[in-house]
Write a protein that binds this ligand. Sequence first.
Ligand code: 26Q
Length: 781
Amino acid sequence: MTKGFKQNVEEALWLDYGKTIKEAETIELYNAVSKAAMAVVGRDFGEKAKKAEGKKACYLSAEFLIGRMVYNNLLSLGLFNQFTELMTENGVDFRILEEIEDAALGNGGLGRLAACFLDSGATNGITLNGYGIRYKYGLFKQYFEDGFQKEMPDDWTRMGDPWSERREDDAVVVEFKGQSVRAVPYDSPVIGYGGKKINLLRLWQAEPMENFHFDLFNDQKYDKAAKDKVDADAICAVLYPNDTTDAGKKLRLKQQYFFSSATLQDIVRTYKQKYGDDFSHFSSEYAVQLNDTHPTVAIPEFIRLMMEKEGMTFAKAFKLARETFAYTNHTIMAEALEKWGVNLFKAVIPNVYKYIVMLQKALVKELVMLKVEKENQQQYFIIDGERIHMARMAIFASHSTNGVAQIHTEILKNDALKEWYALYPERFNNKTNGITQRRWLALANMELSGFITDKIGNAWITNLDHLKKLEKFKDDAAVIKQFGDIKRLKKRQLADYIMEHEGVKLDPDFIFDIQVKRLHEYKRQLLNAFSILDIYFGLKDGRIKEFNPTVFIFGAKAAPGYQRAKGIIKYINEIAKMIESDPEVNNKLKVVFVQNYNVSYAEKLTPAADVSEQISTAGTEASGTGNMKFMLNGAVTLGTYDGANVEIVAEAGEENNYIFGARVEEIEKISKTYDPKKLYEENPRIKRVVDTLVDGTLDDGGTGMFEELHHSLLEGASWHKADHYYLLYDLLPYIDAKLAVNADYSDAFSFRRKCFINTANAGKFSSDRTIRDYAEEVWHI
Ligand code: 26Q
């Protein structure tokens, strides 16, 4: 069947557009290639995936940050080589489809993790289907105007969506107070490597109950139909940018209930086709994983469906829920733990609120049974005064709560959720995150892939532990040289890409030091900025004499309402401008902030890094996954003891990475007495860099943003104490570590050897391993 793939592409092009490959527009080529590949998948993939033999895991997630699908699908189907041949035969660069945009239906780590998990599930023969929302607009597109972030809508289906199939027959109805909508699924195949297993990504789209007919032009009916359409469209219109100031938005609750309810109705319907009204097999047929609390309303919804539609008792429905659901926590930051106002909740889904009340009662009963004293009970309450605590509900009504890296799980058990751990220690478990090596090595870095396969064979594509076999080459100067040459090539390619997209010229002989991730205070891009300024002043003053030329590359989106984060972007852009215009240093120091950092940009940046910046305040980054992508592609980590950095260093050796700064225990110890102003006043280097925010060195265009940042560091604000993320505390040790990396770079062999050892020890961080652990230990598949 795959033999004719080339002809199928040509035929599709001819039939749909009357064009040959040479004549086709990029979008036409894209559609024809996708269509020919979808023909190989077959139209019935969705039915097959839903009804696969054995236990099925359902991954409920408000975000799937898939990125560009076409190359990945061709690779998985074994069609990649035929595709590149076909393009080459016609004089077309196979990378042409990179002009087609990617699907950004997610914010960052949590959404990208969901996408990596789907790839790993299918590749490992595990039935793992994804369920989410088909947002009309994904995460905003970002550009800079005078160094300020600007946002544009991301109309990702504008050019069509050839990888999905609308399944009208599987539509269900979701009821809100005063509004009923149809949930229509769009199914995309999730193709395991080798094409043997195809799972399903089902994204729900909200539509009005009565489809809009323009012939209903008679007065009120028209008005009603138009309004119903507008109200339904609103539900799936936009992805919420990870923005805690928006946390209270009613529409977000509607989104959450919309896809949770549609998914459960779908699962229950499919189950009943097999077992009828006998629910005794339900929890051996389905496992439901909640990606953070965002889909947690699925729990009371499930209980509602079981009681109202299936006539079950609460006790039975609750037991079934506990057996079925499992919860992953992705953050310990208090402001990101979801809570809903009781009144808001009742205004949106009063029918579901009833079941939350039942859960609260069951909780109190259990607390009494477990001998929790009355005065200690309130900390567990799902309904606590005016607030509904989603994480508490998820822990109480599921059988598993997991963190996403060892250190994160320990913090959950001993600190953030310690009262729950005391009640249910057996429920808590760790699943250290991972990334798929198919996208992040095989596709993103074909040169390194070829090199690795040449040395150790290609088994690493489905078993990343094989990379360990590279270790035997670690002292082989010729191999390390070859490895270094590939890095140099990827830096050259990135430099070309950045020239084209940002108009900034980079020299591949510079050190490429990269920090890419969402913009957030806890991730401390501002700390990186301060370190660059100190190095800048050091070079100018002659304090720093030896320095290997370095470019500091940033990529990050700030949530549109997060003013402080936007101020940091402006600040870094101003630093870039100042350094660029200084002939004393611009031959050895450079800063570039790339626009619109997304999955596709990450695929260019990751292979080109010498240094991976992972500098969050210890105890704040649950895991990180960018850190793993850089490690796999042979960068050293310059980072704190936080998240998965701890495990990266345990695998690859502290001597091959650069760890600095306060650890969690130290932060805890000093937190009460920490005085950033003292550090600032006692240390002229600290004072000098911090004061660039207010002394006229850099200009925020009269917005007051820099002054506000300065104030937040030295005085604090009502919601956070001064320098809440310990930038000034870690600044000098950080600069020392950065300068150590810089000095070590002089010895090319020894530096590349460190990078090589990182690649060789990245096996643990495959999402294949993570998914197998979930399958065994949580889903019992
Ligand atoms: C909450 C309320 C209202 C609106 C938006 C949100 C919201 C949206 C997205 C809250 C959080 C997120 C995303 C969180 C996230 O991406 N967390 C990251 O998850 C990764 C995968 O586990 C980890 O590696 C990162 O450490 C963690 O920050």
